[in-house]
Design a protein around this ligand. Structure first.
Ligand code: NDP
Length: 487
């Protein structure tokens, strides 16, 4: 199937597309049809070596540029991305199956926001001056870490490549990025655009491959930092491998986030929140609020309105048709996982209130699904499904809702819908989660820190917080008087 922006080779290294047909073949499948739309090759050890060497070389040069010069490159890249938004969105749709109506507003645009935001910050990244007694002082230097490795999941391939690359580059680092082998195309465009915007050759490289390529990157001594977006089991492995060499890490991992809806909430607004929290990107969002705790008195009305809205509003179909707002799952494996959870939900006694079935004969479509009568111990209420499956759980009191919301190993996001101002703030103060929402859900503007606590991760992406995770501070003590010693 032809698509407009097909990359010309598997990897982008040292400012150019590079192929090494010796690497294992990666077939890129369009999730709407199951058709193979591209064949790429996994990185061989020689390719990995080339990428890391190029990154180390480019980083040494890039670190001598002023922050303003670095920022200019990032902001130019943001402009190019915005100008090519449609082509990049079509590519994202081919890569992930997400509807074009969504990719046009959420992917290259979000990547461009990150490049623009961190481009704007680059010139103001400074240390501080700390006066001490006797005229002595300390000043700090904010220094880059060196070569950073980014490893991405398959749900937001353009966004993840930029959310990691933009702060890394703003701080004076270089990056070698490995996309998920399920969605290998988009990150190549991020690399190409950064190069076109004036980044030195080798500053942002993309190498393809499965977990083994990621593992080779993580353990290489040339690498100073690893930022992973992925599942908790992968996070454990990558964190452990990085720890062996005392490397910096950012871990953006999975979740099973709670969304608590009180009886005083505006019902339609709460239903909108639950839709955003469960069905955007066909439910393949790490921060999804899949445990929807609804105060018992409004549960029937909430579920009825939810189903009404899905029946009236969901347009499932060709993701390239802009009328479509609900696409397929991103790959066959994930579809099978989701079907498995739906079967488990039924087997464990939850009520399938809506959806639950595959749709069509081709592609990986599944209906938006709602379970009611879900209890906290059921598998669908405990494990991350990463698909369009919403669980409704009843509750009676605020204390109970908060305790149950926090009774999970995850802590990525949490949300509350209520008109009671003080209760809203009490709830978010009590949530064990890195990202909280009051009367909305799942928005992730680049200006706000994003990340998890507990098993959901380490570190924060976006915002000024990300700067702390892509730079380190050198402390310099300056003596203004002769040095004295005890003997
Ligand atoms: P995986 O954990 O399976 O994979 C993530 C990435 O890590 C992939 O590129 C994968 O390569 C790579 N990888 C796998 N094993 C290793 C290893 N040993 N060393 C280094 N790299 C490795 O996640 P998915 O791609 O299935 O993505 C879904 C998960 O991502 C969900 O749990 C979701 O919650 C989470 N996620 C978190 C987000 C956040 O910001 N917190 C955002 C989006 C998703 P390959 O795929 O090629 O095997």
């Amino acid at each position: 199937m032809p698509y407009p922006t097909q990359p010309t080779a598997s990897h982008f290294i040292d400012g150019a597309y590079v192929e090494d047909a010796g690497g294992e073949v990666i077939e890129v499948v369009y999730p709407a049809t199951g058709a193979v739309i591209a064949r790429l090759h996994s990185a061989t050890p020689a390719i990995i070596d080339r990428a890391l060497d190029a990154a180390a070389r480019a980083q040494a040069e890039w670190a001598t540029w002023t922050g303003t010069q670095r920022g200019r490159v990032l902001r130019r890249a943001a402009d190019i991305m915005r100008a090519r938004n449609r082509d990049l969105s079509v590519l994202e749709t081919y890569d992930t199956g997400k509807p074009l109506s969504e990719t046009l507003v959420a992917d290259a645009t979000s990547a461009a926001d990150a490049l623009e935001y961190f481009g704007g910050l680059a010139g103001s990244l400074t240390g501080e001056h700390i006066p001490l007694g006797g005229g002595d002082f300390v000043y700090t230097r904010r220094e880059p870490l060196g070569v950073c490795v980014g490893i991405g999941a398959w749900n937001y391939p353009t966004q993840i490549a930029a959310w990691k690359g933009a702060p890394a580059l703003a701080c004076g680092n270089a990056m070698v990025f490995k996309p998920s082998e399920m969605t290998p195309l988009c990150a190549l465009k991020v690399a190409e655009i950064l190069h076109e915007a004036g980044a030195p050759a080798g500053l942002y490289n993309v190498v393809q491959g499965m977990g083994a390529v990621g593992a080779a990157l993580v353990t290489d001594p040339r690498v100073a930092k690893v930022s992973l977006t992925g599942s908790v089991p992968t996070g454990r492995k990558v964190y452990a491998a990085a720890a062996a060499e005392m490397k910096h890490v950012t871990m953006e991992l999975g979740g099973k986030s709670p969304l608590v809806i009180f009886a005083d909430a505006d019902l339609d607004s709460a239903v909108s929140g639950a839709i955003l929290a469960n069905f955007y990107s066909t439910g393949q969002v790490c921060s999804n609020g899949t445990r929807v705790f609804v105060e018992r008195s409004i549960r029937p009305a909430f579920v009825a309105r939810m189903i009404e809205r899905l029946n009236a509003g969901v347009v499932m179909g060709d993701p390239l048709d802009e009328a479509t707002n609900f696409g397929p799952m991103a790959n066959a494996k994930q579809l099978a996982i989701v079907e498995g959870y739906i079967a488990k939900g039924q087997a464990e006694g939850a009520t399938l209130a809506h959806g639950g079935k595959r749709v069509g004969n081709e592609g990986y479509y599944i209906e938006p699904t709602i379970f009611t009568d879900v209890t906290d111990d059921m598998t669908i209420a405990r494990e991350e499904i990463f698909g369009p499956v919403l669980s409704v759980l009843d509750f009676d009191t605020e204390e109970e809702a908060l305790a149950r919301a926090n009774a999970t190993e995850f802590g990525l996001a949490a949300g509350v819908f209520t008109q009671d101002l003080t209760r809203a703030h009490r709830m978010v103060a009590g949530f064990q989660a890195g990202t909280c929402y009051i009367n909305t859900f799942n928005l992730a503007p680049v200006e706000a820190p994003f990340g998890g606590v507990k098993m959901s991760g380490v570190g924060r992406e976006n915002s000024k917080e990300a700067i702390n995770h892509y730079s380190e501070v050198k402390s310099v003590y300056v003596a203004m008087n002769p040095c004295e010693a005890p003997f």
